[in-house]
Structures are given as C-alpha cells and as structure tokens.
Design a protein around this ligand. Sequence first.
Ligand SMILES: [Zn+2]
Ligand SMILES: [Zn+2]
Length: 349
Amino acid sequence: MPPPTTTRWEGCGCGGVPVTGDLLAGLTRCQTRYGRAVSGPCPTCCPPVTVHCSRVTDCSHPAAAPVRVPLRRPRCACRVCYVSTSKVLLSTTSVYPESTASAFELAGRLGYDGIELMVGIDPLAADVEAVSKLADYHGVQVHSVHAPVLLVTQNVWGSDPWEKLERSGEACRQLGADTVVVHPPFRWQREYGAGFVEGIRRLNADYDDVTFAVENMYPWRTPGGSFQAYVPHWDPTDLDYDHLTLDLSHASTARMQSMQLVHSWGDRLRHVHLTDGRGSFKDEHLLPGEGDQDAWDVLAELGKAGWDGHICLEVSTRRARSRHEREVLLAQMLETCRKVLSKGAPADA
Ligand SMILES: [Zn+2]
Ligand SMILES: [Zn+2]
C-alpha cells in the first residue's frame, strides 16, 4: 500500500481528526530537507508501512543522502489514535562520542520531536547562536536545555551557579524551549546549596515561560562507603520543589524504583530522562528496558495518565561500533517510545 500524500485521514475508520501543520508533510519528501515525515496511514485501520530512503523521490536538495536504516513506522497523528501530547526528545548526550551537531542531524533524520541540549558538552553546545542555526538547518527544535551543572561542565558559562541557571533560562527563550533541567548543588557549593530551594522557586516565578525542573540524583558510592555529594539532598522528593525531572538511570543507581517516584511525585513530575540502570554505582544510562526500572511500564503509565511533559531519551550509545549502529539503536528507541505512549493511552481520551 503506497503512503498517502493527502492532507486528510481519508479512509481512516477510527474517526480521527486531521492534525494541521507540518505533521502532514508528504512521505515522499526528503528527510534532510523536511526534517521528518510523520504522516502516514492510521495504524488502527491500515497495515503498517516502513519508510525507506527509496521513497525520497521529489527532492533536489543537494545534501539529501540515502537513509540507511528503515525509519520508524509512521505514527498516526490523528488525535483519536495518538492522544499523548508528550514530545519525544533526543538528548545531545545520546550520540556521544559524536558531537552536538550530529545529534541534530540524527534527530532530524529519525523524526524525533526535538532536542534536549546539554550545554557545554562540546564547544558548540555553549554557543546559543550556533545551536539556533543548527536547529534551523535541520528543522529540529530545542525543547529543553540541561544547565551546565555537571563536573565536566562546571566552568561553562562562568563560575557563578545562579548565572548558569539564568543563562539557561535565556537560552530557552532564544531557542523556543520551555524546560531547564537542573541538578542540586554539590556539597562544596555551600552558599548556593543553602539558598537553592528558594532560588529555584524564585527562578520559576521570574520565568513564567520556562520551567526549572530539578533532577533526582544519587549518593556516590566509593570503596570507602556512600558519599552524599549533593545538597540539600540527591532525592528531591521531600524538598519543596514544584517541578521535577525523573532520570531512570539515577533512580537505579540510588536503588529506587522509578514507578514509585512517578506515583509519589504526582503532578510535580515535569520532565523525564528515559533510560535505565542495573543498580550499579556507575549511573550507566542503559537503553530503556535493559535495566531494573521497568522503563517501558513507566512510559505506558505516563501515556495512560495523559501526562504531557517531554520524554527525553538520555542514553549511552557508546556500544555502537559505527554511525549506522547508533542510528539503528536510536530509531528503534523512538519507535518503541511512540508505540508504548500511544498504547498506554486510553482510546476514549
Ligand atoms: Zn542531568
Ligand atoms: Zn538525566
């Protein structure tokens, strides 16, 4: 069955409402130029179709390159079949050791809904102007910004931690993103730590168009025992934050269960780093489903609940021996994310 080029879901027996805008770009268009092609037959009514590069037929774009992996099955964009409004984002760290630029290229080619920018992971990722150009070129929007609060990014955007967060908020505004992911302070950042909870509250009040969501961390485990590296605490559950980011690998390293965190946080959950872990002290960032966090069940639970935050794939793909292998892994993860989100959603929502 050829992919439809119509802009309506004609013949769709499920009563789906057409979605307007670029979601309905024809499937025969070039993936490089148009970024993604997400229209297609409704999976409820029609047999599955896999999009191959051989369908790039009407493009004269010079950078059009054959896509070597079968792309995901086009999802039905009708609001009956696909009620989850969560965007599935690719973290720029998920292509490491490839660059931030590669993350945009892959996200665009594979059809991710957007990017989470890890600020400062390479020089380009601290240059908001350059990131903005990359986003335009690949037609992939940045929807969330991870502040430069890692050990490896502690000198990015100055040494004042509050300035780093302010600049992350400004970067969001400039890039059209709406979420900043923040870690709690390190123990040695005493003054910052002492005012952190109130400071985050103040930022959330100052930026009504950006949400600062604090991420769950874990105790560092060393041969000498456990070390509390974060203040006020690595676990944000009992602290007075309104908006939280759940990282499933961090939950595993902390020997917690993400499903329990989802339930105990309720509507404070604003953002998800979808990944997995096996309880190792290493914070492994495995692919969802490979660890002990019931990652796909957690995602289905969010889909069922009609949760509308961003799902950001934040995984290690260092196992990939080539670009092709990395691309296959990331394509499979995106396809499964959408399938699980859509299946978890009640049909009558
Ligand atoms: Zn983080
Ligand atoms: Zn994370």
